[in-house]
Write a protein that binds this ligand. Structure first.
Ligand code: SF4
Length: 69
């Protein structure tokens, strides 16, 4: 499986790539390293705003709850 082209430059991936949280791991596997990488809301945000969103925004567009950051 091909990785997302933004992997090395993505704050979410860099911050959470070693997470043990299963939900978060699921995002990494389905978006960053999976078939939904082109549906990533972080990617859309970057294209719309010309800069990346907060590292804590998930590929789904929702924010990681504060207690998990
Ligand atoms: S969160 Fe989105 S932009 Fe970042 S590496 Fe994963 S798929 Fe790519």
């Amino acid at each position: 499986m091909i990785d997302c082209e933004l992997l090395a430059d993505c704050g979410f991936f860099q911050k959470y790539q070693d997470t043990l949280d299963m939900a978060c791991k699921g995002f990494l596997n389905t978006y960053c390293r999976g078939e939904k990488m082109d549906e990533c809301e972080r990617k859309k945000y970057r294209m719309e705003h010309g800069k990346p969103p907060s590292d804590d925004m998930m590929p789904s567009g929702q924010m990681i709850p504060k207690q998990f950051r």
